[in-house]
Ligand binder design. Structure first.
Ligand code: NDP
Length: 460
């Protein structure tokens, strides 16, 4: 997502920081803050800003809600941008009222509260995160997979009990999005305020002293209410599962309007459900992502998790409700096959590294070749990681591309995700290359000589 520097979907996570990074959860890698070195300017330490510093952070905070609004206005039942010259007419025709609705606000608040409750109350193993700077380790409940199924069932059966059809989410899409934006701002203000309580662990990157920047990037490292870890819970639960249930409601709307669910809708909703399920099923892998170990919980993560993910990632399903291209079944089958290929690469590469980082002698990875580094850790040089250094990103991107292709030529707006995601992943790959060059020194250069391709073996 928009934040091409580290894990999370999320902005770069305005992305849900997908939780596929090497999992040493329960391992002993200390949470370091090597991403925010101070540099000297005229002898005075200067914070090293991302996003263009305070002005850039302020700009991003203003821009992101507008992007959500633009995507909504750019294609919907009122019309859909097909050519650049259509854009102004379509945008002007967009119904931007009601922007706020108390029922929608209550649903967003209730949905988020439900996920907070499931996080603390559901059974599941409690797993230790990485070692923090003070030597301690926090525990995290691993019950996200159960929460996923329960909340999906709750959505499907609960809304009718409240007198609403599941397709109501389509009718209330705009006020739901506004409420999610408002909630994420409220949560980040609250979390920022809490960070001034004594003895609150802070994220190194969120202590520049500039209030706008620190609010954006995140000041408190692990804000908690009892056993509820706000950052870990928001990372994978209300927004990510919210994306899945929005999609189900959008498919229900298509069925209501057209008497059937199209093959394109099946491919998009099915593929994205798999993506969300996969993140929850592999929940433990988030514990070693930068989002959890290093980033503070501020606007960037709160907005990315709660507003950006559900209301930009559900774009294709929303477009299909009113502008389904009715692609022939063989075309949709080919598109679904592309998505399946992406998933195989994405899951295969991430699982291989995850298993290797947990236990290199695991029979699933013990046959792979690796090189020893002076840092102490090993780098895989065969299997997925010998094919290309960021082949997991390629798999992820292919899935995103397949979802947009399922919208055919309905609108260029439908292609927002693969374009945005390509920018994010390229930037992220550059950043990770920089981090690894810092971590591994000459060993990283040796690894790059052995595995010269980044995204596509033999090509790129
Ligand atoms: P990676 O999973 O690529 O992890 C990078 C780290 O892996 C490196 O810093 C290094 O850490 C380790 N590593 C690199 N090369 C090797 C090797 N050859 N052998 C063993 N370890 C290696 O990064 P991300 O966390 O960015 O991505 C995880 C997943 O999340 C990806 O599939 C990505 O597509 C997805 N994602 C999804 C987003 C979304 O919005 N949907 C946004 C961002 C990411 P070390 O050596 O210290 O272990």
């Amino acid at each position: 997502m928009l934040r091409p520097t580290r894990a999370s979907p999320r902005l770069a996570g305005l992305k849900p920081a997908r939780s596929q990074s090497p999992s040493r959860a329960g391992g002993s890698t200390p949470a370091t803050s090597s991403t925010k070195p101070a540099r000297k300017a005229g002898g005075k330490p200067q914070p090293e800003y991302e996003f263009g510093g305070p002005a850039g952070a302020a700009g991003v905070m203003l821009l992101l809600p507008l992007v959500i609004g633009f995507l909504y206005a750019g294609c919907g039942k009122h019309g859909c941008i097909r050519l650049p010259e259509d854009a102004l007419d379509v945008l002007a025709a967009a119904p931007l009222a009601p922007l706020w609705d108390w029922t929608a606000a209550a649903v967003v608040a209730g949905w988020t509260a439900l996920h907070f409750l499931l996080y603390v109350a559901l059974p599941g193993p409690r797993v230790e995160g990485v070692v923090l700077a003070d030597g301690s380790r926090l525990k995290y409940p691993m019950n996200g997979h159960l929460a996923f199924w329960l909340s999906l069932a709750g959505f499907w059966h609960g809304l009718p009990l409240l007198g609403c059809k599941q397709s109501w989410v389509y009718d209330a899409y705009l006020p739901l999005a506004t409420a999610a934006c408002a909630l994420s701002v409220a949560l980040s203000v609250w979390s920022h305020a809490l960070s001034y309580l004594p003895n609150t662990p802070l994220a190194e990157g969120g202590q520049t002293g500039n209030p706008v920047y620190d609010f954006f990037i995140g000041r408190p490292l692990n804000p908690r209410i009892g056993s509820l870890d706000l950052k870990a819970c928001c990372e994978l639960r209300p927004g990510l599962v919210g994306w899945a249930v929005l999609n189900l409601g959008l498919a229900a709307k298509q069925h209501e309007q057209q008497g059937e669910v199209s093959w394109s809708m099946v491919a998009v909703v099915g593929g994205q459900l798999l993506y969300v399920w996969d993140a929850l099923y592999n929940e433990q892998a988030i514990l070693t992502t930068m989002d959890i170990t290093t980033d503070g919980f501020g606007f960037m993560l709160a907005f990315g998790d709660l507003a950006w993910v559900p209301f930009t990632y559900s774009l294709q399903a929303r477009i299909l409700v009113d502008h389904d291209p009715r692609l022939p079944a063989p075309a949709v089958a080919a598109i679904a096959a592309l998505g399946a290929l992406g998933y195989v690469v994405f899951r295969g590469a991430n699982s291989q590294k995850d298993a290797f980082r947990r236990d290199p002698s695991d029979p699933a990875v013990s046959h792979l070749q690796w090189m020893q580094t002076k840092r102490g850790t090993k780098l895989l040089v065969s299997g997925w990681w010998g094919a290309a250094r960021k082949i997991n990103y390629t798999g992820d991107w292919l899935m995103g591309l397949s979802w947009s292709l399922a919208c055919g030529a309905a609108s260029p707006v439908a292609y927002f995700y693969p374009v945005y995601f390509a920018v994010l992943l390229v930037h992220r790959a550059l950043r990770d290359d920089h981090f690894c060059a810092t971590k591994y020194g000459a060993d990283w250069e040796a690894y790059k000589r052995r595995v010269p391709f980044v995204f596509v073996p033999g090509i790129l």
